[in-house]
Design a protein around this ligand. Sequence first.
Ligand code: AQP
Length: 332
Amino acid sequence: MKGRIFSGVQPTGNLHLGNYLGAIKNWADLQKDFECIYCVVDLHAVTVQRTPEELKSDTFEVVAGLIASGIDPEKSILFNQSQVTHHSELAWIFNCTAKLGWLNRMTQFKEKAGKNRENASVGLYVYPTLMAADILAYKATHVPVGEDQKQHLELTRDIALAFNSSYELDFFPLPEPQIFGSASRVMSLRNGLSKMSKSDVSEYSRINLKDTATEIGLKLKKAKSDSNPIPFSKEELKDRPEASNLIGIYAALSKKSEKEVLNEFGGKGFGVFKPALADLAVSVLEPINTELVKLLDDKSYLKMILNNGSEKAKDISSKVLSDVYKIMGFIR
Ligand code: AQP
């Protein structure tokens, strides 16, 4: 094994193509070479208001989506964050390690809190310290994430370094981000400058893993593009965010480079490209969708996976937490 991986996904709605291409697809591939711990980060999901019904059904959907996308609960530890209380305990320690100035720089908080910052939850503000705890409670060495989480991961490294230097120890590893390929930042289908996101109000901004073939076709048909033909080189895509996004999605789904996609479609219009993209997307996503829907029919199986995974996760995190408390001088 090349190291220990930790990564998480929030149960805040349907998993979408950005989550799949930017993160989950890579998580499945990494199971060959790494010890993998994958977490449905339900405590992160309540940093914004959720009803109990939403939290429950989104948690089941995410765990079903992960298994349907190739996460094997026999090979990897798959669990939900709230069942392992060590995450919250370590997050408190890290709240006392991180500096206000570090958190003030986090762009995700600024984006999510928006203009109404005074009304954002304290949880949303300290989200990155909980994320650091998620990763470091397992002393993970690698964290596969989309581009949007890079800044949070840098903060995790800063927290690990600060803890280590406070106690003059080499206790926490400095986890490496793993950011993969042409779809590390999949953009909204309605606006090539904003990220595809579960919380976008427009259903047409994203393709969900739960979408049917007809919905995928329709969303791609309506996807914003431009009236110019597809160029032959990447440089010519520079000021065409929507075109660039669609090409990137095609490349990631077909496992080709963007250059190869441009060689194939250069000179053609979006009237030709979009149906080809829709066919490709359906061929990749339909089997996932079928499996996801089947799994959602068996909630007790999904609950068992989460319960078993949580026990395995606790075996690792309890030892790390116990060492942290000892290092800091708490009487145990
Ligand atoms: N658009 C994206 N492109 C590439 N990767 C993405 N990820 C999310 N959006 C994209 C990656 O998916 C993993 C899980 O993300 P998350 O669900 O925990 O949180 P998020 O990044 O905040 O995703 P959303 O969809 O935007 O959720 P909401 O709307 O609830 O905030 C991460 O590795 C992330 O990088």
